[in-house]
Unconditional design. Structure first.
Lengths: 136, 168
């Protein structure tokens, strides 16, 4: 088989993989549009401060080993200019359902007006969350 | 909802490694034009279904787990939907391989890519489409599909219930 044919097929595979990730991105955008204007009652939230709504469960290993330390790091770094609400999806399944959460960990970034601006399904690292927070 | 006692220990890392192996082998088969590799993947998937284990589970249990590269994630879950998903994927892969050997390469690679995409949704999105279909058939009362999603879990998604220590 010619090397050019291999390269062509590799390129096609990359395009197809890219389309797959593009579909994921589109799903995220649609998800955000659906929850953008929602205002659900969240206990202990200070109005006017960006918020990370963090969905986790006691059984979720990545929540405890990866996502929570990242969020704690951000809280220490940003102090009062950030607030975090952690939702245990087993304790508050209705809240998870209202926000359309199907898997944990998931994080939703809300701006100071309480509008959902970003959603992360799966572990979101500090750099990504910081970038999302700084663009609010 | 399923009674808790009907659930069994399922290592979701083993399932993920299995799906990732399928993705990588299918990509290699497509790029290097190796229909025999698609047939091999199909047969391993179907054999794994018959043996009630992930077809490429040996990659996990014999290599990645002993090396400590991946950690077990044992959850209380229904293994049947995962087996159904693998079996259904194996049948689609087999159809794809037969199409490739029969010279219908468009259909053959299309089916191989379909299985690859669904495995990708499971690995990267955490959603098992085959399991969703299983639970859907269960809701319709189709004989043989008698399991329901673990309590509080959306059909096809990973259970949010208690994580167990690995005692395998």
């Amino acid at each position: 088989m010619m090397i050019t044919e291999i390269l062509e097929r590799a390129l096609l595979a990359l395009i197809l993989i890219g389309l797959g990730f593009g579909a994921c991105w589109l799903y995220n955008r649609i998800f955000l549009l659906r929850i953008h204007q929602r205002r659900f009652q969240l206990e202990g939230v200070r109005p006017g401060t960006p918020l990370i709504l963090y969905f986790a469960s006691p059984a979720c290993a990545p929540c405890h080993t990866l996502q929570r330390p990242v969020i704690q790091q951000l809280v220490e770094q940003l102090g009062e200019s950030l607030q975090v609400v952690e939702v245990d999806v087993l304790q508050q399944p209705e809240l998870a359902r209202q926000w359309g959460i199907l898997s944990v960990p998931s994080t939703i970034i809300l701006n100071a007006r309480g509008e959902a601006r970003y959603v992360n399904h799966g572990v979101a690292l500090a750099d990504k969350l910081l970038k999302q927070l700084s663009s609010l | 909802m399923a009674m808790t006692e009907s659930l069994q220990k399922v290592d979701h890392t083993a399932l993920k490694v299995n799906q990732l192996t399928i993705i990588l082998l299918n990509l290699a088969a497509f790029i290097l034009v190796l229909p025999w590799l698609t047939l091999l993947v199909a047969l391993v998937m179907l054999l794994g279904t018959l043996l009630k284990r992930p077809g490429f589970g040996f990659v996990y249990s014999g290599l990645l787990k002993p090396l400590g590269w991946v950690k077990p994630e044992v959850l209380m879950d229904n293994p049947q939907p995962h087996r159904f998903a693998q079996g259904f994927g194996g049948v689609v892969m087999l159809a794809g391989a037969i199409a490739l050997f029969g010279g219908v390469s468009g259909l053959g690679w299309g089916l191989v890519w379909l299985v690859t995409a669904l495995a990708g949704v499971n690995v990267f999105g955490g959603f098992c489409v085959g399991c969703f279909v299983y639970y859907w058939l269960s809701r319709l009362g189709v004989p043989g599909f008698d399991r329901h999603p673990p309590l509080g879990t959306f059909p096809g998604m990973k259970p949010k219930g208690a994580r167990l220590d690995d005692d395998h």
